[in-house]
Ligand binder design. Structure first.
Ligand code: FAD
Ligand code: FMN
Length: 592
């Protein structure tokens, strides 16, 4: 049977010939949709039913707010899939998105992470200010869905995504589905959200796409290393930088990226996969009298209990919410009351691992309930301490070994202890995260002030080696803080060489425990307030890296004091001026 006349074939060819491959795919999906829903092929030939209607054109925007690239990658994948379907789709970073455009949006799909203590990523701060301000428009015509990325070890889990979802609804927009909260193992939720978006749009347009749902495959020939598919990097150097007599052990590790094709920039982050120590896994299993070979399920996967506790579940850190869930699960009302009270159990929650919880508040749990209660294990992130320009196909990290004694037992951080024990030749699973909010200025002549305490100095090693490799001299000032000059002066000889060669113009150190009165980097900043402000006036960019809880806050206070004293602004004005520097990306923080 000849379905089309020669004239119809010619007409169809004329339409299809001018289309891009993506548009052709869309047209095939469109025709497939028409044939399955509206076209009736009778015995006598082709007839279109009276109910046939053209597909509804949809304006779609995929919006993201990301600090370390996870949300961006998910948004990019969704954008690519929608574009391949021929949708009128725009991909926007919140940093560049004009808030006023919101009122024109028809479908807005947002991926957003939470940073700081329940705060938006830096690049999303302006967008949040806008939607929470008086100028936020009514969004009656907008339909939306939010995928929130977070980490349940933080008190304010996925806070930013939740706030955004609530705000859009309050502005009148229609929620397509409840906000999805995803933890450190977000891959499955991200894929489900991706698929849900495609089918929501498909349903709304009345067109069935011929493209299979699911993640867009990476381009042929490219290997994308992710947290789910990390590159196996060989350890080629592992040395302890701190000397005997130090209160801590800080390691410098060099990993080979040979033949991986991985590229990174100074300021970026490497994520290292880790496994719980065998004795901790065995301790938990035997405390509960469980069989290590029992099968348990986590999302769509099945594992033995030992496998799940080794690689899939956190054992070294317990959150308050998790302890509350444990109290409920084990019907321990006394513990529940304590865990709900913020002022109680602080020390236990800082120090205890899962075995401590089982010993302190004994209970019976079966293998599946245990695994369901525990939080997912994520890789640990480290500021990259090397420059690809200076050390091609290598990545270096500076790691403080977390080790302490609690309840008569030695405790260790899962990843840093694994690294402390590892030797050259061992392999580590690594993936990379961009860190757009911690980047050197494009112009090499712009002044750079780097403030780092402890391992916070790591990215500045990367910055300086990068500038050296590019032949950029001067305009750099490093503030470094640690406990003792004799034992804790991390990378001392390298800084001295950079000072000698002129790559580092000025270095100011603060060793807190070398004298009776504590001296920190912020003390030194205040001592040098005049010159510090001169550098700022000359356009310097400020970088702070290291401890989020004390150092970054104290340094920020010191900066306010420098600006008030040197410029005559009052404290509020100085604070606003610093906010302005943040917005201009002249004041960047990488704190943890
Ligand atoms: C963006 C970013 C960059 C980072 N860069 C670096 C870096 O360059 N170098 C670096 O070393 N780290 C860095 N970190 C921190 C790093 O990711 C890990 O959190 C750190 O190495 C600890 O991981 P762990 O697995 O060894 O410890 P975990 O198994 O996570 O255990 C840590 C837990 O142990 C407990 N604990 C720790 N010390 C004590 C103590 N003295 N007493 C009682 N309890 C204690 C605390 O509850 C803590 O949560 C960075 C983090 C981020 C988010
Ligand atoms: C310094 C820092 C602070 C964070 N604070 C929170 C938080 O308060 N709440 C939360 O749910 N997740 C928090 N996270 C986890 C991130 O949201 C999570 O890693 C997310 O996948 C990052 O996505 P992005 O790469 O798109 O920024 C924090 C992560 C970092 C590195």
């Amino acid at each position: 049977m000849q379905l089309l006349t020669p004239q119809q074939i010619e007409q169809a060819s004329a339409v299809v010939n001018g289309l891009s491959p993506a548009q052709q795919v869309w047209v095939s999906g469109y025709l497939h949709g028409l044939s399955s829903q509206q076209v009736d092929i009778g015995a006598t030939g082709l007839s279109v039913s009276a109910a046939a209607a053209p597909a509804v054109a949809q304006k779609v925007t995929v919006l993201y707010g990301s600090q370390t690239g996870n949300s961006r990658k998910i948004a990019e994948k969704l954008h690519a899939a929608l574009e391949a379907q021929g949708k009128d789709v725009t991909l926007s970073n919140m940093a560049n998105y004009r808030g006023n455009s919101l009122k024109k949006e028809e479908y807005l799909f947002t991926v957003i992470s939470t940073h700081g203590n329940g705060e938006p990523p830096d690049e999303a701060l302006g967008f949040f200010k806008f939607i929470n301000g008086a100028k936020a428009p009514k969004l009656d015509n907008m339909k939306f869905s939010v995928l929130a990325l977070g980490d349940s070890s933080y008190d304010e889990f996925c806070q930013t995504g939740v706030e955004l979802d609530t705000k859009f609804a309050a502005l009148g927009a229609t929620r397509l589905n409840d906000v999805i909260l995803s933890d450190v193992d977000f891959a499955e939720e991200a894929e489900e959200w991706h698929n849900a978006v495609l089918s929501q749009l498909e349903k709304a347009s009345g067109v069935t796409s011929s493209i299979a749902l699911g993640a867009t495959p990476p381009a042929a020939g490219s290997t994308e290393y992710t947290e789910q598919n990390p590159f196996q990097a060989e350890i080629i150097e592992n040395i302890v930088l701190t000397d005997d007599g130090s209160d801590k052990s800080v390691l410098h590790l060099e990993l080979s990226l040979e033949d991986s094709g991985i590229k990174y920039l100074p300021g970026d982050i490497v994520a290292i996969q880790t496994n719980n120590a065998e004795d901790l896994v065995s301790g938990v299993i035997s405390n509960l009298g469980l069989d290590p070979d029992t099968s348990v399920t986590i999302k769509k996967g099945t594992y033995t209990l030992r496998e799940a506790l080794s690689a899939k579940r956190e054992l070294t850190h317990v959150t308050r919410k998790q302890l509350q869930a444990y109290a409920e699960l084990t019907s321990n009302t006394e513990l529940l009351a304590q865990a709900k009270e913020k002022s109680q159990l602080e020390y236990e929650l800082y120090s205890a691992d899962i075995l401590d919880v089982l010993e302190l508040w004994p209970a019976k749990l079966d293998a599946q309930s245990l695994v369901d209660w525990l939080r997912p294990m994520g890789p640990r992130q480290y500021s990259i301490a090397s420059s690809e320009e200076a050390s091609p196909e290598e990545v270096h990290v500076l790691v403080k070994h977390v080790e302490y004694h609690y309840r008569g037992r030695d405790h260790g951080g899962v990843c840093s202890s694994q690294l402390a024990k590892s030797e050259t030749g061992d392999m580590l699973g690594v993936s990379f995260k961009d860190n757009a909010s911690f980047k050197l200025p494009e112009n090499g002549d712009t002044k750079v002030i780097m403030i780092g305490a402890g391992t916070g100095v790591a990215p500045f090693r990367s910055f300086l080696f990068d500038r050296e490799a590019k032949g950029i001299e001067g305009n750099t000032w490093l503030f470094f803080g640690e406990q003792r000059f004799q034992t804790d002066f991390l990378y001392q000889t390298e800084w001295q060489q950079h000072l000698k060669s002129g790559v580092l113009e000025k270095m100011t150190v603060a060793f807190s425990r070398d004298q009776e009165q504590k001296i920190y980097v912020q003390t030194r900043i205040l001592e040098q307030a005049e010159q510090f402000y001169e550098w700022l006036e000359a356009g310097a960019h400020i970088y702070i890296c290291g401890d989020m809880h004390r150092m970054a806050k104290d340094v920020h206070e010191a900066l306010i004091e420098v600006v008030t004293k040197q410029s005559g602004r009052n404290a509020d004005e100085a604070s606003e001026w610093l906010d302005q520097l943040v917005a201009e990306k002249r004041y960047q923080r990488d704190v943890y």
